[in-house]
Design a protein around this ligand. Structure first.
Ligand code: DX5
Ligand code: ZN
Length: 226
């Protein structure tokens, strides 16, 4: 099975104290940071841009997993590459040529990824997958735009479908992830866990990351945890 990564979403952090948040994630054992970029058009919210990635990159050596919720992600590939993004995830529902944009992401030295909203059929990404343009997939398990929402469990069968088809692909789950929903998603084949509210509200982020890492590892290997 592919490697497990726990990626705190800094949307849930105090962005005015970004350095502190980055250091907290790093010393708590996070594998990277998930950065939610919202353009006010694809979703009804505006969040951060490339400058936040650039600043975060100065505070931690961990990987930058950037989730671009934008109508025209093709406009922003170069700025995010220059800012130091490691992965750039664009939405299949966006208004650009997704295949071409994924190819450009790779040309710019980043790992190309595609994201699906909760209602989007997984079959919609088959074409870009079969063309070899995708190295990472992200399943939204909440409606994009805001943190702190509840996990939509109807998405779970799509994860299983994709994992059965692509045994080595890195599959993210994002939205409403906690101790229980991380295990449910791991059982359906997810290996990257994006976690905002649950980690930033935890009494001790390190303990929580260690606990989730171990329980998803067990779930992935087919055994149960209680
Ligand atoms: C929502 C974002 C998520 C969000 C997850 O549009 O894509 O990454 O930060 O936050 P929680 O874990 O609070 O659901
Ligand atoms: Zn996200």
């Amino acid at each position: 099975m592919p490697e497990i990564k726990i990626l705190p979403s800094i949307l849930a952090a105090d962005i005015g104290r970004l350095e502190e948040a980055c250091k907290l994630c790093e010393r708590s054992g996070a594998d990277g940071l998930h950065v939610d970029v919202m353009d006010g058009s694809f979703v009804r919210n505006i969040s951060m841009g490339p400058e936040v990635v650039r600043m975060a990159k100065k505070c931690t050596a961990r990987l930058m997993n950037v989730h671009l919720m934008a109508s025209r992600p093709d406009f922003y590939v170069e700025p995010f590459a220059e800012a130091g993004s490691d992965t750039l995830l664009i939405h299949i529902e966006s208004e650009c040529d997704v295949g071409r944009t994924l190819a450009e992401i790779r040309q710019c030295g980043m790992k190309p990824g595609v994201t699906l909203n909760p209602e989007t059929p997984v079959e919609d990404i088959v074409e870009v997958l079969d063309e070899g343009l995708v190295e990472e997939v992200l399943f939204m398990t909440v409606h994009p735009g805001f943190g702190g929402q509840s996990f939509i469990s109807e998405v779970l069968p799509k994860m299983r479908w994709l994992r059965d088809r692509c045994p080595d692909l890195d599959i993210n789950v994002d939205g409403g992830i906690n101790r229980e929903t991380s295990v449910e998603s791991a059982r359906q084949g997810c290996n990257y866990f994006v976690i905002g509210t649950h980690l930033f509200r935890a009494d001790d982020m390190a303990t929580e990351i260690a606990l989730i890492r171990e329980s998803v590892r067990v779930a992935q290997s087919g055994s149960d945890v209680s």
